[in-house]
Design a protein around this ligand. Structure first.
Ligand SMILES: Cc1cc2nc3c(=O)[nH]c(=O)nc-3n(C[C@H](O)[C@H](O)[C@H](O)COP(=O)(O)O)c2cc1C
Length: 188
């Protein structure tokens, strides 16, 4: 993995995006960052100004979600993977139905059409029938649904640890090295 697009939408869980961006930095992977309009607002609210500044600073390049004259809008740009983290039901619905009304939707559409990895860390509860049908459409179209469900079996002591282990699972799935990722070990 050399170049990864990270789409940050307006679902709860911006801390996962920050942890994932830190992991990419440590692994020497280029981060191409796109906030949706609400994603930026929710990130500011959940991370605070300091956390938001850190997240932005970890990007190799940042794009405006309204800007289509950019590399992520083209399938020929050859990004290795795209992760939407966290991913709203709205963004999932747009991607599931091919509605490329912002750069996150369009970049995700490109990943699918070029058969390159697309991970959606969806977050909502409870789920309605529309959400579930959209998940099935996306799984069938080649996306990986990675619900933002952090694990407690690594016994995290802090929210930071919890978020790191979830973001680390996504990175690990993409074969990106994650230093210090807590692992669950079987008894036998
Ligand atoms: C504080 C806050 C938390 C939200 N959390 C979620 C969420 O977890 N999941 C979700 O689907 N939408 C959530 N929303 C609603 C979305 O932000 C809203 O539907 C928005 O239009 C999504 O646009 P986007 O997908 O372009 O970011 C939240 C909104 C706010 C203000």
């Amino acid at each position: 993995m050399a170049r990864v697009i990270l789409g940050v939408t307006g679902a709860s869980g911006s801390i996962y995006a920050l942890k994932f961006a830190q992991i990419l930095k440590d692994a020497g992977v280029e981060l191409h960052l796109i906030f949706s309009e609400t994603g930026l607002e929710v990130a500011r609210f959940e991370l605070g100004q300091e956390g938001l500044v850190e997240l932005k600073s970890l990007a190799h390049k940042r794009y405006d979600a309204k800007e289509f004259w950019t590399a992520p809008a083209s399938g020929s740009s050859d990004f290795d993977a795209m992760v939407v983290l966290p991913c709203t039901m709205g963004t999932m619905g747009a991607i599931a139905n091919g509605i490329s009304s912002n750069l996150i939707h369009r970049a995700a559409d490109c990943q699918l059409k070029e058969q390159r990895p697309l991970i959606l860390a969806i977050r909502e509860t409870p789920l309605n029938e529309i959400h579930i049908k959209n998940m099935l459409r996306l799984a069938t179209a080649g996306a990986t649904l990675f619900p933002a469900m952090p694990a407690f079996y690594t016994r995290p002591a802090t929210i930071d640890e919890l978020a790191f282990s979830f973001a680390g699972r996504i990175a690990q799935f993409l074969d990106i090295e994650v230093k210090g990722l807590p692992v669950w070990t079987p008894n036998s």
